[in-house]
Design a protein around this ligand. Structure first.
Ligand SMILES: [Mg+2]
Length: 258
């Protein structure tokens, strides 16, 4: 078993660390969460998903045998919503799937006259008309919020690799000349939101994940300790080519115990 003795709380990546898309819970994930619960160890699940609301993510995890409360899940939509609400300009073109709209309460979804264009995992909902409308909103002065910059993701055994929100964000930036504000991992603000939610200083918290850029570099920049899991998006090459120096490296979260 491995752990970082100084860690008093943890942030945990979802896809590739606790679950594998289309396959369910990763080996050892249920036992790891059980150990956290048994010790009352504080944690938040930190995912870049913008396909589902927190409640839907919690339900899907329950179906996979993983007990997590919706309130213990932090998604980019949480930070996007806060950014929009705090600005006082509430009109937003929401290029996000219907499933994650509950996490945008207080934001006024519009097709025209938007103050913001928010880009998430609209998937097959991205089409020329919607992208054109977003492009025109940006040229008319709307600000661009990206829930993340992932260029592609693995949609499971049937579909394989597919374009993710980041590819569409890049297209809109290229056409409009506007630069997106990214509110998902690895943005420092995302980690600060998760840490504030956890109520612990960054130095007392370990981020556990399988993505070198999003999980390790982003969390380290926010001041967290880091634990690399050799999960589905891990590659030795990515680690060797990056400045990331994880405190702990494990093959699965099943090896971790606080
Ligand atoms: Mg991951």
């Amino acid at each position: 078993m491995s752990w970082i003795p100084e860690a008093a709380g943890c942030l945990i990546d979802l896809d590739g660390t606790l679950v594998e898309v289309g396959r369910g819970a990763m080996p050892g994930a249920a036992g790891f969460l059980d150990r956290l619960h048994a010790r009352g160890f504080p944690y938040r699940i930190c995912s870049n998903t913008s396909r589902r609301s927190r409640a839907e993510v919690a339900r899907a995890l329950a179906d996979d045998g993983l007990r997590v409360r919706a309130g213990d899940i932090v998604l980019p939509a949480s930070l996007a919503r806060r950014t929009i609400v705090v600005s006082g300009s509430l009109r937003a073109m929401l290029l996000v799937p219907e499933g994650c709209l509950p996490d945008f309460s207080g934001v006024e979804g519009v097709d025209e006259g938007a103050d913001w264009v928010v880009v998430g995992d609209l998937g097959r909902g991205f089409n020329a008309d919607r992208l054109d409308a977003a492009f025109r909103a940006l040229t008319a002065g709307a600000r661009l919020l990206a829930l993340h910059r992932n260029p592609f993701w693995n949609a499971g055994p049937d579909r394989g690799l597919v374009l993710d929100a980041g590819a569409y964000v890049a297209a809109l930036e290229h056409a409009s000349g506007e630069r997106a504000t990214v509110v998902g991992k690895p943005a420092r603000e995302f980690y600060e939101l998760a840490l504030a939610d956890l109520g612990l200083p960054a130095a007392d918290v370990v981020m556990i994940g399988d993505n070198v850029e999003n999980d390790l570099i982003g969390a380290a920049a926010a001041g967290c300790r880091t634990c690399l899991v050799r999960g589905t998006s891990f590659s030795e090459e990515a680690l060797a080519a990056s400045p990331a120096r994880p405190d702990v490296v494990v093959d699965s979260v099943g090896e971790l115990t606080p």
